[in-house]
Design a protein around this ligand. Structure first.
Ligand SMILES: [Fe+2]
Ligand SMILES: [Fe+2]
Length: 319
């Protein structure tokens, strides 16, 4: 049963199912006993949960495993659903693998299919230097290529699942391609190359757990963030393939300005048509994912207050 379905039941409803432990902390209750304070999630909802009088062994099980089979009871705290956990067990590796999609931990598209699309886009780049650069980054550099195809797009904000970075990158590139097909004033090769490399720094910025889910920022991620890390990686690849300086400059400007303005993390505003478009296309992909996810957490015909979007999101009753 999904968490979205579970929370429609009355207090006392019992459930057994495989869920993601998004957050877990051992705390001390007023009676001096230890309890587990958790956040349980799947791709439909997230619910806070308490595991009262937790044993040392169970605490270790919850600390070390991001996915568990939970035996729990539905409760309400100040009208909001909350679970009381009765037991937690380790699912088999096969069960874990089969649950990744429903737990919102895996990209909706197959990773191999997305890699084929990435390769096709790179092959379609006509400017030889840019094509060589993209091959050097996404194909020849095997350690990077392996990480990139499974990396999450974020810890929380958008595309925060295995393969999310590749899914987001392809969404930006596909929307860019569509826009180029309708506007011959755009430098197609620059915009496509910029779309593909704009977030490569996230591979070094986001720290992942054993499953490949983002759990926070790495040390260099915190200190430098993905825009500067991506610049460093791009500069290295430009040197490696001997990219024409002006092309390198345009691509670097696109990476640097893709967040649009200083308060969103870009040291310069877009000063190039392709850079401006990249900023909007990046936002288009992010907002599409955020709105559909946040609306999915509301009842049909109801609103959900989204912390990420800082507003209420409406889910139409007609679906
Ligand atoms: Fe970014
Ligand atoms: Fe992005």
């Amino acid at each position: 049963m999904t968490l979205g379905e579970l929370v429609k039941n009355p207090k006392g409803f019992k459930v057994v199912g495989i869920y993601r432990i998004s957050r877990f902390e051992v705390k001390t209750a007023r009676n001096g006993k230890s309890y587990g304070d958790c956040l349980i999630s799947d791709n439909s909802f997230e619910v806070p949960a308490k595991y009262w009088d937790i044993s040392g062994d169970s605490a270790i099980l919850f600390q070390q495993n991001g996915i568990l089979r939970l035996e729990a009871m539905l409760d309400y705290f100040k009208d909001s659903p909350q679970l009381t956990i009765v037991g937690g067990y380790l699912p088999s590796p096969v069960e874990i693998d089969q649950s990744l999609q429903s737990l919102g931990m895996m990209a909706p598209r197959k990773i191999d299919d997305m890699v084929s699309e990435l390769t096709a886009i790179i092959t379609s780049i006509k400017q030889e230097g840019l094509r060589d650069l993209l091959v050097a980054i996404f194909d020849t550099n095997k350690p990077f290529a392996e990480k990139f195809k499974r990396h999450p797009g974020a810890v929380k904000n958008h595309h925060a699942y295995i393969g999310g970075l590749l899914a987001h990158t392809l969404e930006v590139a596909a929307a860019a391609l569509d826009h180029c097909n309708r506007n011959d004033r755009i430098n197609r090769d620059i915009l496509l190359a910029a779309a593909l490399v704009h977030d490569i720094g996230k591979v070094r910025e986001i720290e992942v757990d054993a499953f490949g889910m983002g759990i926070g920022f790495t040390r260099e991620g915190k200190l430098l963030r993905h825009i500067s890390l991506g610049m460093e990686m791009l500069e290295h690849a430009c040197q490696e393939v001997g990219l024409a300086p002006e092309l390198g400059l345009m691509l670097k400007h696109c990476i640097l300005s893709h967040h649009g303005q200083a308060e969103w993390g870009s040291p310069v505003e877009p000063m190039l048509l392709e850079a401006e478009l990249l900023h909007y296309l990046d936002n288009l992909s992010a907002k599409t994912e955020q709105f559909s996810r946040e609306a999915g957490r509301a009842e049909p015909g109801g609103f959900n207050r989204s912390a990420t979007l800082r507003r209420e999101v409406y889910r139409p009753s007609l679906e």
